[in-house]
Each structure stands twice: as structure tokens, then as C-alpha cells.
Design a protein around this ligand. Structure first.
Ligand code: TXA
Ligand code: MG
Length: 332
């Protein structure tokens, strides 16, 4: 049970940013824009604030949080950057990349790390996130600002729909540019392992490392999908879920269904769809990622009995899109 809070909604101007930093410093919960999705922020060093954040999201407390910092120097105070992490941080931060490295004890609360000896670190590029992080002056834990298991928010309205009355403040800076969460790489070993495809495509990382990425061992994936393993809980099978069923690689639209299409594709039955949205009429995967969560939410409330989704390309951001759609369609 979460004690009700009055949720303020402010524009992300200088006054809003100052208020966000103030609320964070006293242990409050602030939804703020990043370039990937809106995050629900709290002081990562304050176990009470972190406990409140888990409760507001309804998130299982074994699921660790990403520590957000403004730059690589601040990152070095939170975790030990391994050689691969160092290379990738220099190349891609600030940006949609999260690096898991050995944690520096005491730099973030154990609860925020869910007891792990590693820590996930991200340096967001969004100017509002940057300004809040600098003003707060401490690592900030920020999962996506949705109820656990729901579709991630790419606007202040999405945040409000999920968390109004459960958090202290929402900073509104319009729609998120990238639209899917950061790519997460485990850099604790010799070869980085991709734990979650996201806003930075695999191809760019491969190119920077001059070597392919490793994939998690099949056993690890299995345990994570069964909800057992604490190592990469973001890989829980059912996630990003609309309230109605999602049907992938649809080749036709069945009666009562809504259609989520791409590049103008019109499968048989499309004219009868309850609602129809195109992720990118021109076939641009960057645009498709930016539209994904907003389109899922819109079709979810269209009155349809299910969402039929056409097949999409898998390269570039297509890998992250496919991952989110697979979880949205997973049995609950
Ligand atoms: O783009 C993003 O990453 C957004 C914005 C707000 O920054 N944040 C986000 O956080 O997506 P969240 O909590 O929804 O997802 C973080 C994922 C979780 O799946 C968690 O299991 C994983 O990161 N994670 C955190 N710490 C980890 C660790 N030490 N080892 C492995 N996975 C970790
Ligand atoms: Mg999330």
C-alpha cells in the first residue's frame, strides 16, 4: 500500500529543474525526461527514497536500478570502469547506453543495487536530465516511470496515467526522442555481454569495440525469464504489456483487432481494423522506436480486443523494438 501523494506537474524550465533537485535532495520521487523514456528518479544513496520508489512502481525489490550521473568522472565515483567500459563510455556517453561494472561500496545504497556487487551506470544526454543530475549532486536511481510491467512512458501524460498520486513531481519536456530504453551491457567480464537491446544499436557497439558482443548464456536467459535470476531482471518475459493481447508477425487483421503497422504495410483486413497506426510510414526504424510505446498505449485504449503487429526489420533499432514487442506479447 502506497501513501497517497500530491503529484505536481511542472514545465522543465529553470524553476522546474530547481524544484526537481530540491525534491530529490529531501528523498522525494520525481519523474523526469531523458532521451530514451521518462525516468522515475530518486536519491540512489538514500535507502528510504529507494524503498518508496519501488513501492510507487510496484516493482519487485530484487530488480536493481540504474544509477544516473552527469558525466564519466561522476561515474568513476560509483563504479570501477573496466577497460571495455572505459572505451564505450568515452565513445557513447552521454547517450542511450548503460554499463554494468563492479560497484564501489557505499557510493549507492545496497537496496538500489538489489544487493548485487555490480552497478548499472548511465549518463543521459537529455539537457533536462543533465541539469537535474548536476543540481542534485548525487547519483540518481531512475527506472522507467511506469507501473512495473506496464508500457514505458515517452511523455508526461503517460507518466501521469500510471503514477499520478503516487509520486511528488513530474517534469514535462515533451516527447522522448529515442523512445526505447538504453542498451544495457554487462562489462564486468572480459567480453561485454548485451543484457538488453536498446537505444544504442548493437552494430555501433561492435564497431567501437572492434569485436562482436557476447550474448548471455542460455541458462541465464531461462532463469531470468522464469523470474528467478537477479542478474538481469529486465529480461522478465512479460513486460511492457498493454492490457489487451498483442499478436506478432500478423499477416492479416482479425475482426475486432487494432493494427500496428510499419512502412505503410496493409495486410488483408487492415481496412476493418478498429484502429490503425503506422510506426513509420517511410520505414525509418529510428522513427519507429520513438513512436513504439505511444502507439501501443493508444491502440490499447482504442476499444480493440487485441493488437495485431506486422513483422519489422531486425537491424539497428529493430532489435530493441523486436525485444519490447516480444515481451508485450508474452503470456502474463
Ligand atoms: O533508458 C533507460 O535505461 C531508462 C531511463 C529512465 O534512463 N531506465 C530504465 O530503467 O530503463 P529500468 O529500471 O526500467 O531498467 C533497468 C534495467 C533493469 O532491467 C535491471 O534489471 C537492469 O537494468 N540492471 C540494473 N542494475 C543491474 C546490474 N547490476 N546488473 C544487471 N542488470 C542490472
Ligand atoms: Mg522499465
Amino acid at each position: 500500500i502506497v501513501a497517497p501523494r500530491v503529484t505536481k506537474l511542472l514545465a522543465a524550465d529553470a524553476a522546474g529543474i530547481a524544484e526537481a533537485a530540491r525534491v530529490l535532495k529531501v528523498g522525494g520521487l520525481v519523474a523526469l525526461p531523458t532521451e530514451t523514456v521518462y525516468g522515475l528518479a530518486c536519491d540512489a544513496t538514500d535507502p528510504h527514497a529507494v524503498a518508496g520508489l519501488y513501492a510507487a512502481k510496484g516493482r519487485p525489490s530484487f530488480n536493481p536500478l540504474i544509477a544516473h550521473v552527469p558525466d564519466i568522472d561522476a561515474a568513476r565515483r560509483v563504479g570501477h570502469l573496466t577497460p571495455a567500459a572505459e572505451t564505450l563510455a568515452r565513445r557513447f556517453w552521454p547517450g542511450p547506453l548503460t554499463l554494468v561494472v563492479p560497484a564501489i561500496e557505499g557510493a549507492t545504497s545496497e537496496l538500489a543495487r538489489a544487493g548485487l556487487s555490480s552497478v548499472a551506470i548511465r549518463v543521459p544526454a537529455h539537457p533536462v536530465a543533465q541539469a537535474v543530475l548536476r543540481a542534485a549532486g548525487r547519483p540518481i536511481a531512475a527506472p522507467s516511470a511506469n507501473r512495473s510491467g506496464h508500457v514505458s512512458p515517452t511523455s508526461a501524460a503517460h507518466v501521469s496515467a500510471d503514477l499520478d498520486g503516487r509520486i511528488d513531481l513530474i517534469l514535462d519536456a515533451g516527447a522522448s526522442a529515442v523512445g526505447v530504453e538504453s542498451t544495457i551491457l554487462d562489462c564486468t567480464g572480459e567480453v561485454p555481454v548485451m543484457l538488453r537491446p536498446g537505444g544504442l544499436p548493437r552494430e555501433a557497439i561492435k564497431e567501437a569495440l572492434g569485436a562482436p558482443l557476447a550474448s548471455p548464456a542460455p541458462r541465464v536467459v531461462e532463469e531470468a525469464e522464469a523470474g528467478e535470476a537477479p542478474l538481469a531482471p529486465g529480461m522478465l518475459a512479460s513486460h511492457y504489456a498493454p492490457t489487451i493481447p498483442v499478436r506478432l508477425r500478423a499477416r492479416e487483421v482479425k475482426p475486432g483487432e487494432a493494427l500496428l503497422t510499419f512502412a505503410g504495410a496493409q495486410p488483408p483486413g487492415a481496412e476493418q481494423a478498429v484502429a490503425r497506426l503506422d510506426l513509420s510510414p517511410t520505414g525509418d526504424l529510428v522513427e519507429a522506436a520513438a513512436n513504439l510505446f505511444a502507439h501501443l498505449r493508444a491502440l490499447d485504449s482504442s476499444g480493440a480486443i487485441a493488437i495485431a503487429v506486422v513483422a519489422l526489420p531486425r537491424h539497428g533499432l529493430g532489435e530493441a523494438i523486436a525485444d519490447r514487442l516480444r515481451r508485450a506479447a508474452a503470456p502474463r
